[in-house]
Write a protein of this length. Sequence first.
Length: 498
Amino acid sequence: MFLFLGLLFILIVCFYNFYWKRRLLPPGPIPLPLIGNYLELEANPPGYNTFEKWRKKFGDIHTFWLAETPVISINDFNLIKEYFIKDGETFSGRMQVGRQLELQRGGNYGVIFVDGERWREHRRFALQVFRNFGMGRGLMEEKIQLELSNMFDDINEAFGNDKEITLEPGPLLEITVANIINQLLFGFGYHDKKEKEEFSKMKDIISKHMRLATWPSVNFIFSFYPLRHLPYLKQTINEFWDTELIIEDYCRKQIEAHKKMMKSSMEEKAEPQDYVEAYLREAANGKNDFSEKQLMYMLFDMWIAGQETTANTLVFSVLYLLHNPCVQDKLQTELDTVIGFDRRINLADKNSLVYVNAFINEVQRSVNLLPLNLLHKTLKDVEIGDYFIKKNTVVVPQISVVMYDEKIFPEPNKFNPERFIDANGELKKVEELIPFSIGKRQCLGESLARMELFLIVSNFYNLFKVSPIDPSNLPSLQKTPGVTIQPQQFSCNLIKRF
Ligand code: HEM
């Protein structure tokens, strides 16, 4: 009897898992009960090959499963445009795992994981603040240049009287990028020894938080919260809460400091100097739904999103130059011809530096920062291909597959900035280069990141040449998986060019 019941149970599970739950969705790899396709993804990190294999086997629109959640993956550039731009509103929802936001933040707060009116209004406001800082006032460029000067001071101090030093570029670029986002959000950076130590601690916390946020067991707890007391799960979720609370506390303190400062300064400056100030002023004007809690989580999201993304891209730029010395020669020949050595490069130079732009494009394409893009959700019933897809289904524009698509970018694994330069020596506009994604959820920090990449890359490589410590043993290009991929730690030689 037990044997019969056992067999019947297995049959029902198989029928449900392998046929029933998949019958109305685009085809895709066969999921296992409870874990979906996690094993295949984990077996081949960071995931590009698995996504490409699925695309080849199941087509441009297919379904894979993260645990028990089906994800409809769109892998072709024109289809991504058709759904995520032409029908942008429908595809602008954001997937959250189980009761994630409610448990983590006590409700729908922040920008990355939020939908609806709050997301729309706060995204619009943040973009407007960044635009004001960036365009008319040039405050953004001013702050980036300021942090570049700080970086160059540190490097020059390390050089002393030498013309060549060995250093680890990672920490240097990380703190510069962190200082830039800090300046824009909070109005300060980490400069002296004590501040740098504080940053180093916070950086470790952020990295741990990001790692834990993608941990399958943390996601499992958000879906099955009562199980959080089980031994292993309890320890993991407690570690996650610890990092969450430290980051929240950090953001809360910055808000408090601003409130005090704004109260004590009798004369308000004509224009806000950073995002917190801009937000508090807007809130004081009685703007609907502007609260300190929402401000704290906006800061949390933008602060985290604005660091590893840009810093990792820059660290990979060093790696690609170490592996491709001819590219560095061409880059520096252009800088010598167009700029020279006696001045800082600024945004006004951007259009004259074709090879620098092509190089940055190729770095972003090759880095392919998010093997799996952030997950979206449909906000109403919709047809995708031949399938009727219900509201609240998880969908993803798979930008990493597009940027490694050999039909668009021949020999995608070859680092080749020339692919972005046309026969007349002009920069090609390649619309399939979409590292910031497209549509209504397109990266909120894109304009800032573009400015940072241009100003840091052009000025850094104008002043310094990078070279390997041992040319027969180049640092690895291997990518450590995560929400955004990470480079391995490495050191290289830095040589003063002038
Ligand atoms: C090289 C640098 C960067 C890259 C490649 C990048 C890429 C991305 C991508 C692919 C997304 C997801 C888009 C989607 O859901 O389809 C995203 C979202 C986001 N990014 Fe970035 N990003 C970068 C830098 C930054 C910076 C500097 C900030 C600072 C403010 C930032 C803030 C955000 C935010 C807040 C979101 C969520 C937007 C929303 O859900 O509405 N990013 N980014």
